[in-house]
Design a protein around this ligand. Structure first.
Ligand code: DSN
Length: 420
């Protein structure tokens, strides 16, 4: 059956929005560090009739009949993701996304009032690491560590240890959504051992770079729990996972996700996760992950040549965080808006200890995963950095922006979007 034709016939409004979004994705240059393009096979699984099925429980132990094929796909997803991250012993592939995955861990191993030591949001951490606006922060106590030196990005491991000794956290949480350097997992593990805490990593941003063997795997340093989304560098459908290094922890987490926090798993999503985990376990994916980092380095070089202030001084992964105010005397919001006008999409972002409001912070965050999937190499990303600089410097000059917009469209037209 032609699914597109069916949608067009039955719901022209939704179909028209879909066509608009396709055009936007095709003509635009996607630089949001957390976005990517999935393969046609992932799309096919996601848009499949697995969405019709309820499957509360886990493979072999469900609460509804008719589970022959859902058991096959969930077991495949579990086997494949465990193989992808050596050292993992259990996997829960049901979390609907990254926040429920992190919440699932907190509920599984903490009692109300227990303490978690995580990275400060403005230094790169994530809302779900206990930002005061979240419900989790009302249940558990979150204390913070930061970078020691914003210019190099080095984490202040001495401060982290001091806070850990004083606060006695039950979890020491590594991981981030806006940090561009590799972590010292050995130090995290040592400090966690010293205070009797679990070592947990939220690898959402870099899961694909770890799976692609370009960044270190926290399980190799004895981490207990690793959470992730599946749609960023890992290039799968939107979703979450929780991996652990012990059957005991895995059992607690399974009970917490279902029936603790979620009802029926989204089996179409789990089918798409299984496909993506299979795709990530290939030499081609390793080359992709390597190119993602090479491309980020190419932008780093171009920005450095042009005296752009990069937080942490540059990058070891797929993302860069730039201080727009110091570099170009423009706010993050102004640069984001001007880049939108030239079809380049990224997000305004707070920088460490940002004095500005989160609605118009000092920085921008950008990354290479999506355009690397479309085939960009160092040459194109050097050009991307030059355009970003030109746009930021001319953010109020609409004639100049229109000129750059045409150049951007000409380049992106040469690089197809998978699945379109
Ligand atoms: N929204 C994601 C990001 O952009 O990093 C994190 O949840």
């Amino acid at each position: 059956m032609d699914l597109r034709a069916a949608l067009e016939k039955e719901d022209p409004q939704v179909y028209s929005a879909l066509c608009g979004e396709e055009k936007r994705q095709l003509e635009g240059m996607e630089l949001v560090a957390s976005e990517n393009y999935v393969s046609p096979a992932v799309l096919a699984a996601l848009g499949s009739i697995f969405t019709n099925k309820y499957s509360e429980g886990y493979p072999g132990k469900r609460y509804y009949g008719g589970q022959k094929y859902t058991d096959i796909i969930e077991s495949l997803a579990i086997e494949r993701v465990i193989k992808l991250f050596p050292g993992a012993k259990t996997a829960n592939v049901q979390p609907h996304s990254g926040c429920p995955a992190n919440e699932g861990v907190y509920h599984a191993v903490l009692e109300p009032g227990d303490t978690v030591l995580g990275m400060d949001l403005s230094h790169g951490g994530h809302l779900s690491h206990g930002h005061p606006v979240t419900k989790m922060a009302k249940l558990f106590r979150f204390v913070r560590y930061k970078m020691k030196d914003i210019e190099t990005g080095e984490i202040d491991y001495d401060e982290l240890r001091e806070v850990a000794l004083e606060e006695k956290p039950k979890i020491i949480l590594a991981g981030f959504s806006a940090y561009s350097r590799e972590l010292d997992y050995k130090k995290f593990r040592e400090i966690a051992d010293e205070v009797g805490a679990l070592a947990m990593m939220d690898m959402a941003h870099i899961a694909g770079l770890i799976a692609g063997k370009q960044l270190q795997n926290p399980f190799e340093f004895g981490f207990d729990i690793v959470t992730s989304t599946t749609h960023k560098t890992l290039r799968g459908p939107r979703g979450g996972i929780i991996l652990t290094n012990s059957e005991e922890l895995g059992g607690k987490i399974n009970k917490t996700i279902f029936p603790g926090l979620q009802g029926g798993p989204h089996m179409n999503n789990i089918a798409a996760k299984a496909v993506a985990f299979g795709e990530a376990d290939t030499p081609e994916f390793q080359m992709y992950a390597q190119q993602v980092i090479k491309n980020a380095k190419a932008m780093e070089n171009e920005f450095a040549k042009n005296n752009v202030r990069m937080i942490a001084g540059g990058t070891d992964n797929h993302l860069l965080l730039i201080d727009a105010v110091s570099s170009w005397d423009a706010t993050g919001g102004e640069v984001e808006t001007a880049l939108d006008k030239v079809h380049m999409t990224l997000n305004k972002n707070a920088i460490a200890d940002d004095p500005r409001s989160p609605f118009d912070p000092s920085g921008i965050r950008l990354g290479t995963p999506a355009m690397t999937t479309r085939g960009f190499t160092e040459k194109e990303f050097t050009q991307v950095a030059q355009w970003i600089i030109a746009v930021a410097k001319n953010h109020a000059d609409d004639a100049k922006l229109a000129e750059i917009a045409e150049e951007v469209k000409t380049l992106t037209a040469r690089f197809p979007v998978p699945g379109m």
